[in-house]
Ligand binder design. Sequence first.
Ligand code: RIB
Length: 305
Amino acid sequence: MPKIFVVGSYNTGLTIRVPRMPALGESLVGDSFDMGPGGKGSNQAIGAARLGADVRLLVCLGDDIFAKNALRLYQREGIGAALVHQIAGASSGIGFVNILPSGENWITVDLGANLLLTPQHVRDCAAEIHDSDILMTQLEIPLETAAAALRLAKENDTLTILNPAPAQHIEQACLADVDILTPNASEARILLGLPPDDRSSPADLARGLLGLGARQLVVTLGAEGALIASGEAMTHIPALPIQAVDVTGAGDSFNAALAVSLGAGASLEASVRYAVKAGAHTALRLGVIDGLPTAADLENLGRER
Ligand code: RIB
């Protein structure tokens, strides 16, 4: 059972299905409203726990009804509350998720209490981080906090995974503490300072990021699978042929499975294959938490396809 330490965010997702993207200034009618737990850090922690890892989650909540829901969720999912901070007077993070008929989405977030997670919170967990097999983090928390977690983990040679989402400029010194960087293509473009409509191929994006100092990369490509870039070698792992229902959280599910598989000693390629299956499982279901698989779910998915 790998020990995985997640430093990350919690957001409540307010989701509706919409027929298309609205035009600027338009009010568009959607349906199927759902309110449920989300946030990249929290999703990745729950995903890893469902796949059998021993998970610690360092996260900041507000002191509102959304925080109470999060605490109930962690109790249900077997994630200890010891490192779940509740900040008096703060609002918990909120995400507005719009889902298109294709299952694709766009998300806007107010990060609220997530922005109050500090490097000191991380330093207070040094012993637990050093005792972990893997440290995972994302960027719905202050960059300096994610950077502190990566630094601390590397002091003890704990394997680090940074899912750079939402993407922003990252200093080379911070990238040097990342063992595996897992952007999607649009995040890779932002990290490289390229315009959103840049037409570079995934392989070119990967080469660019390796040039910035990333050691190993897994670029997630949605319906195209994922690209592994390590040194000179590039390996494309195809996606499962699925009809996506809701891709929200599919990247989190991917990162969780990647970490669990690596933590169990599998190779990077085998772990990415496992992660692609986990992402597909999540994209086949509406909502994030219902779509996060157990190991048995992934075995069944393999048999069905
Ligand atoms: O990665 C998906 C997550 O990003 C959603 O759960 C949403 O809350 C946003 O944080």
